[in-house]
Ligand binder design. Structure first.
Ligand code: PHE
Length: 453
């Protein structure tokens, strides 16, 4: 149970509630959603199973795991993953700070923050302070070891968040023009598919499932040998995808309501990363006297979901530093949090405070030339490459027979099952080919503006 909660806590976060809806918006709606679902189950699930199996087999950190299996050179893959975790946490912490700050804004009944979102994120004292608070909170949790109180807390808070989103879905459906939003979200327009939307869907899938950087190698070591790795991975994926899906079901009717049935604004740059921050406050306002309470509670739960993800992001480099350099956990946590916070400073400045970091990254493929968009593009590319290398490693270097043997622990019928055949087909053929190809598609599209699909 501890493993599922920790892994689901890592997966469910800002990726589901903040990033997923705006990516769907930019990606043209339902067609993006369709690709996302296919990628999660066909390409990502096998990567997840492989990561967890490596972690459980070796009981090591993301880099040490490869050495433990006897492949010293592959340690570099783990190191890249760790670097990737550092990069992601550096900007993720900034966005988590935005969400946490919204808690206070909602407590104060400041619904007009939606119109002043641009000002809010460029207010460096505010977002800087929230960023520091969030990093300290993450550090405190990680320094006590991951399996402590946070799991107990997430057992209560995760279902609460789900119930709250479902309640907001129900409410949003009663608002005028809601159906235009639902249509945008659920009726696919296949002409929206191109390099950018297909690549975007795969990037979103990897990011949201915390894949490709060894987070699940690290967490895999918590999984007991009696548990079924495949069922666990399916559960995590279903939970993560399910929460993202209902977040979309909540947002799009609200967008449509706010814009009088016009869904063109979500596809415009105007929406992007600000989408939930711009859409939600106005809706909380319509709730009336309870609006401030509901809004505050929502952003508090969102901050908590973000915290269980930042904890997993920090745990990856920390467990590496503890194992490799034999330092105490506390010291490793302090050093890594400071380094990561410093690396996050350009992201803090990219909300408008610094002209250069807010609009200086004019690469041909980037929709927004700010530093966070650039950095998250770099991180996502690493995740895809990491995912490709991890399955390839599992299938051909460590060898699928050894991987299969690990998967049979906790799954007695695995050997003769159809699941085994499908899994092996996925890791030897489908995933390596498709991930390598889509990695090239994403890099060309994102950094060079070249679309081959
Ligand atoms: N999956 C997390 C989210 O959706 C983000 C994350 C990415 C966490 C990679 C760990 C590793 O918010």
């Amino acid at each position: 149970m501890g493993f599922i909660l920790a892994a689901a806590g890592s997966a469910v976060g800002l990726g589901n509630i903040w990033r997923f809806p705006y990516e769907v918006g930019l990606g043209g709606g339902a067609a993006f959603l369709m690709m996302y679902l296919i990628f999660c189950f066909v390409l990502c699930l096998p990567v997840m199973v492989t990561e967890i199996a490596i972690g459980r087999k070796t009981q090591k950190n993301a880099a040490g795991a490869f050495v433990e299996l006897g492949f010293k050179r592959w340690k570099i893959l783990g190191l890249f993953g760790i670097l990737c975790g550092v990069i992601i946490l550096s900007f993720y912490n900034v966005i988590a700070g935005w969400a946490f700050g919204y808690f206070f804004e909602m407590v104060g009944g400041n619904f007009s923050i939606a119109e002043n979102f641009g000002e809010y994120i460029s207010d460096i004292t505010k977002v800087g302070l929230y960023g520091i608070i969030f990093m300290i909170a993450t550090a405190l949790v990680v320094s006590r070891g991951v399996s402590g109180g946070i799991e107990k807390l997430s057992k209560i808070l995760m279902p609460t968040l789900i119930i709250m989103i479902l309640a907001l879905v129900a409410y949003s459906f009663t608002l005028p023009n809601a159906m235009e939003g639902v249509k945008f979200y659920l009726v696919p327009d296949l002409s929206a598919l191109n390099s950018s939307t297909i690549g975007g869907a795969l990037r979103q899938a990897f990011f949201s499932l915390s894949l490709g950087m060894g987070a699940l190698i690290t967490y895999g070591s918590y999984l007991s040998k009696n548990e079924n790795v495949i069922t666990s991975a399916v559960q995590i994926t279903l939970m993560d995808v399910g929460i993202a899906f209902i977040a979309g079901l909540m947002i799009f009717p609200l967008v449509s309501f706010n814009n009088g049935g016009d869904m063109s604004m979500v596809a415009a740059d105007q929406a992007g990363p600000g989408l939930i921050f711009i859409t939600l406050p106005g809706v909380f306002e319509t709730i009336g006297s309870w609006g401030s309470f509901v809004g505050a509670f929502f952003f508090l739960l969102l901050s908590f979901a973000a915290l269980t993800s930042t904890v997993s992001l920090l745990e990856v480099p920390v467990s590496y530093v503890i194992d490799e350099f034999k330092v105490k956990r506390r010291k490793a946590v302090i050093i890594m949090s400071i380094i990561i916070f410093v690396i996050g400073i350009p992201s803090l400045l990219s909300g408008g405070y610094s002209q250069f970091f807010s609009s200086g990254f004019k690469l041909p493929g980037l929709k927004d030339p700010d530093f966070i968009t650039f950095f998250s593009g770099v991180a996502d590319s690493f995740l895809l490459l990491g995912g490709f290398l991890i399955v390839t490693f599992g299938a051909y270097v460590w060898k699928k027979e050894n991987l299969n043997e690990e998967l049979a622990n906790g799954y007695p019928g695995f050997k003769n099952s159809l699941v085994r055949k499908l899994f092996n087909f996925a890791i030897t053929i489908v995933c390596p080919i498709m991930l390598a190809f889509l990695f090239v598609v994403v890099v060309l599209n994102n950094f060079f503006g070249i679309s081959i699909l």
